[in-house]
Design a protein around this ligand. Structure first.
Ligand code: SF4
Ligand code: SF4
Length: 754
């Protein structure tokens, strides 16, 4: 990224459209340079508050199930609900308009306002109006728009697009807002505190509310049976926008329609808790417009009767509804939990990890659904770590949506002889051979790992030569600053065969360890340690042959390759299951394939469901057996004998956590007598291939900073702790950030046996 311009020179609007990759890279550098500290502070506060608020909900899972069910049914019955809503709005005395496109919506609203000779309109926060670029359309005909949400007001003054779907100006520190106001307004006020800034803005806005002839709001949900609108907010400005002026226009996407007002209750419980972690926002309005109360009339103005317009927007949503994958995005209630729980978003925010309107993990689907596919290019910043999935109140599989967007963008690339030949050589499915070389390189790790270990001496000597690294950077986009782990001289399969004297998979009973390709070609000694540990508690453990499972390919959007690999490995796994064996997987991202992601790739039988119930992370399985059999782990694995010491800093893997297979490692280590401090970051930032990619290296290291700081803090309380991590890429990231050896929990336990 050395050629990028000075981040301070870029206005976020210049890099809002990331269909050009250069804009994405410039945006990353700009946000890292200017916005990152404020974004981290604010998103991580929301994130912590959300964990606390949802943790207090006894029926959180049932509420999420109910919310998902309401949205699934509403989207399935959407045409009928929209018709019903139109009848309800008209029966209430309001006007209804279904806009096919953003331009249609803007034209309708412009005409209503011009008919009423509106000069000034106040607006509540509405992402849909951002999507249609309503402000520009109105200002083009001389209608002044006053954003009344404080954050939107700041952005209007700065001429920037939102960076977050709930807190649009979250990338601004208080100091930057002070500087902005001082630059844009003539004032002697100090504006040094949040209170002073708010008071200053409020006085400007109060005048606008009094003078406005019309108000425009969004809608969080709309009830088809009554025409009622639900609006949640913290400032009260939406309540004033919808009640003070005589003309009220509500603008919303068609996906906001639910059958009935009674459906609102589930979302009132979930929306604020999932977003900012508040049990309830300061204002929850359920309006039944047009209101009956007399509108506010400033002195000197003529009294006017109330008028209400509901403008529902399609703008690509019907197409999304028919889409076998993207239809899931229509369930989104725009709570922002997926933004706040995403380590990448926490580091760069929505001006990099976002498009012209929508941001974060879900933002790519919305940008592609309501605009051209390439507007979703920023969804490349989703590493599929899956940390957002359990936090989404409507259970959207966000990484799967982004992997599909990646596939569509791969398909949209031009084919070339080089890409086809490389794909054929490394094992890409024919459909995936238009994917960029970088994606095919990382997506076919098993082929590269196999070759690398076959000629390990030569490969290790040559890959770290400066010429080789610069070739790898220019051809495959592997950043030269990342240390490449050496290929082992012997694979896990070979070590196992030598130690056990049997072929992998040849023993008839017990546990089978899946020889995942990452461990087989990247860390075979770790795999052997895991086998020794499980055998130490009396388990009969065998190793499967090494086969690719689809994880590497799927993360690059090479879904057809992943499908082929999943279908090839499934019969072997099924045989083990039918023999009554449990499947133990060392690499957490592969465990997540078996437990969760194979559901997208396998069809026709119950293999995936069986895998979900019978696959385990090694220490998760060890803990289960220890609990069932009352084993004394301190006796089997006495921490005092560990040559690495007993003081540990443990970082679990993101997918290990979303598989609920992380806390057991800490349980095992503590039961064995170790003193364990754990990391609390959502993801370390390496995320498989992400941290190796030249264009994302700096961002990956920036994401890692929170983890490195936690290690330093833990070290400060009694000296350096041994670094322990479960994922291969987490090892690489911790090593890169701390420059210290990192061990796997299984290696620690195995070391106590010697
Ligand atoms: S899967 Fe991970 S990287 Fe992708 S949006 Fe979710 S939290 Fe962010
Ligand atoms: S995808 Fe889920 S978590 Fe993200 S904003 Fe939408 S509802 Fe919230």
């Amino acid at each position: 990224m050395a050629t990028l311009v000075n981040p301070a020179d870029i206005n976020p609007r210049q890099v809002a459209n990331k269909s050009d990759k250069k804009a994405l890279l410039e945006a990353i550098r700009m946000t890292l340079g200017v916005q990152s500290a404020a974004i981290r502070l604010n998103t991580q506060t929301f994130n912590r508050n959300r964990y606390a608020a949802t943790g207090r909900l006894a029926d959180y899972d049932q509420l999420k199930d109910r919310a998902r069910q309401i949205k699934e049914q509403a989207i399935a019955n959407l045409p009928g609900l929209v018709e019903q809503l139109e009848a309800s709005v008209r029966a209430n005395g309001g006007h209804f308009y279904l806009a096919k496109t953003a331009a249609d919506a803007n034209a309708y609203i412009r005409d209503v306002l011009m008919r009423h000779e509106v000069k000034l309109v106040v607006k509540g926060k509405s992402m849909t109006s951002e999507e249609t670029k309503l402000n520009h359309a109105l200002e083009a005909v001389g209608i002044k728009v006053a954003e009344s949400d404080l954050a939107e007001f700041i952005l209007q003054v700065a001429d920037e697009q939102p960076s977050h779907i709930v807190a649009p100006a979250l990338h601004y520190s208080r100091e930057r807002i002070t500087a902005l106001f001082k630059r844009k307004f003539t004032t002697d006020l100090p504006l040094d505190t949040g209170e002073e800034l708010t008071k200053f803005a409020r006085e400007i806005l109060r005048e606008q509310f009094i003078a406005a002839d019309a108000g425009i709001s969004g809608a969080n949900l709309i009830a088809a049976d009554s025409g009622s609108i639900m609006l949640v907010e913290s400032e009260g400005n939406i309540r004033m926008t919808t009640t003070l002026p005589p003309v009220h226009i509500a603008i919303a996407g068609i996906e906001k329609v639910v059958p009935s007002r009674t459906d609102f209750a589930t979302f009132i419980e979930l929306l604020p808790r999932s977003g900012t972690g508040q049990p309830l926002t300061s204002y929850v309005s359920i309006l039944h417009p047009p209101l009956k109360a007399t509108p506010f009339m400033a002195p000197g103005k003529t009294a006017k009767p109330r008028e209400f317009h509901m403008v529902l927007i399609d703008n690509g949503r019907s197409r999304m509804r028919e889409d076998p994958v993207l239809h899931e995005a229509l369930y989104c209630i725009r709570c922002s939990a997926c933004l706040n729980s995403c380590a990448n978003f926490e580091t760069v925010g929505g001006h990099a990890f976002g498009g012209e309107t929508y941001s974060g993990g879900i933002g790519g689907s919305w940008e592609a659904g309501t605009g051209p596919l390439m507007n979703a290019r920023f969804s490349e910043l989703c590493t599929a770590c899956s940390r957002c999935v359990p936090n989404c109140p409507v259970r959207i599989d966000i990484p799967w949506l982004n992997e599909n967007l990646r596939q569509r963008m791969n398909f949209a690339q031009r084919s070339s002889g080089t890409k086809s030949a490389f794909g054929a050589l490394t094992g890409s499915a024919p459909e995936d051979r238009t994917a960029p070389l970088q994606k095919q390189f990382f997506g076919n790790y098993s082929a590269l790992g196999k070759w690398g270990t076959e000629v390990a001496g030569l490969a290790n000597a040559s890959t770290n030569l400066p010429g080789a690294r610069s070739m790898m950077e220019s051809v495959f986009g592997v950043d030269r600053r990342r240390t490449l782990p050496p290929f082992p001289k012997k694979t896990w399969e070979q070590l196992y065969r030598e130690e056990s004297g049997v072929k992998p998979g040849a023993l008839p009973t017990g546990v089978v360890m899946l020889a995942d390709v990452f461990t087989n070609y990247g860390a075979p000694e770790r795999g052997m340690a895991a086998i020794r540990v499980l055998r130490a508690i009396g388990l009969d453990v065998v190793l499967s042959p090494a086969m690719p499972d689809g994880r590497a390919a799927m993360s690059q959007g090479m879904i057809e390759t992943a499908r082929l690999q999943a279908r090839a490995i499934a019969p072997m796994l099924r045989r083990y299951l039918d023999e009554g064996r449990k499947i133990v997987v060392l690499e957490p991202s592969v465990l997540a394939m078996l437990r969760r992601d194979f559901k997208h790739l396998l069809d026709g039988d119950d293999t995936q469901a069986l895998l979900a119930q019978n696959s385990y992370e090694p220490l998760e399985y060890l803990w289960k057996i220890a609990q069932e059999q009352g084993l004394d782990l301190a006796q089997t694995f006495p921490a005092a004998k560990c040559p690495h010491g007993t003081r540990l800093f443990y970082h679990s893997h993101c997918q290990q956590r979303t598989c609920n297979a992380a806390t057991q490692t800490v349980d095992v280590l503590r039961a064995a007598g170790f003193d364990v401090v754990t990391s609390s970051v959502e993801c370390c930032g390496m995320a498989g291939s992400f941290g190796y990619k030249h264009e994302y290296y700096e961002m990956s290291m920036a994401v890692g900073e929170d983890l490195f700081a936690q290690v330093q803090q833990a070290d400060g309380e009694g000296g350096p702790r041994t670094l322990v991590a479960s994922g291969i890429s987490c090892h690489e990231q911790l090593f890169a950030g701390m420059g210290r050896e990192v061990v796997h929990p299984a290696e620690l336990l195995a070391s106590t046996l010697e």
